[in-house]
Design a binder for this molecule. Structure first.
Ligand SMILES: [Zn+2]
Length: 150
C-alpha cells in the first residue's frame, strides 16, 4: 500500500541535531520539546537505544559510540550541523539491560553521562555548541530539565 504524507516538505535545514534514546514511549515528546520548546522543527535525529549514554565512554557501548560519532561528523560535513542537543530520559532500559548498571540514583549517573558525552563531542567533533536535558515523567506528560554540561 502506497501512502502519501500531506505534511509539507521543507528544503531548508535547521543545522541542529538531537541525540536521544529511540524508546518509542518518549519520541513524540522529544519532537514536541525540540519543535516548541527549543524552536527547532525538522532537526536531524540521531536516535538509538540509550542515546547520549553511548558517548559516555562505556566499554559495552564502544560500537555504538563509533557509530554515533561517525554520524555526527557526517551531519557536520553534509548538513552544516552547528548545534547538538543531548537528551537522557528517566527509566532508560539501556542502562539496566545493556550497560548492566545497578546504580541507585540512575538519574544522577545519566546526568553525569551527559557531561561526559558533551566532552566527547567537543573533543572529537570539535563542536562546542552542545546542550543537555533530562526528560522526566510528570502526572500528565514529560518535562525536560536542562542539565549544566560544564
Ligand atoms: Zn532509553
Amino acid at each position: 500500500m502506497e501512502y502519501e504524507s500531506k505534511l509539507p516538505y521543507h528544503t531548508q535545514r535547521m543545522h541542529a541535531a538531537a541525540v536521544y534514546c529511540s524508546d518509542g514511549r518518549v519520541c513524540e515528546q522529544y519532537d514536541d520539546f525540540l519543535k516548541n520548546g527549543l524552536n527547532l522543527p525538522r532537526y536531524d535525529r540521531v536516535a538509538l537505544p540509550g542515546g547520549p549514554a553511548c558517548l559516555a565512554g562505556y566499554t559495552a557501548a564502544r560500537l555504538e559510540e563509533a557509530g554515533v560519532l561517525d554520524e555526527l561528523k557526517f551531519l557536520v560535513d553534509a548538513h552544516g550541523l552547528q548545534r547538538i542537543v543531548l537528551i537522557q530520559h528517566e527509566d532508560c532500559a539501556f542502562y539496566k539491560s545493556h550497560l548492566q548498571v545497578r546504580e541507585q540514583s540512575l538519574e544522577q549517573l545519566q546526568k553525569a553521562d551527559l557531561v561526559r558525552a558533551a566532552h566527547m563531542i567537543r573533543h572529537v567533533i570539535k563542536m562546542d555548541n552542545v546542550e543537555g536535558y533530562f526528560a522526566k515523567r510528570t502526572e500528565t506528560g514529560v518535562t525536560f530539565v536542562p542539565v549544566k554540561l560544564d
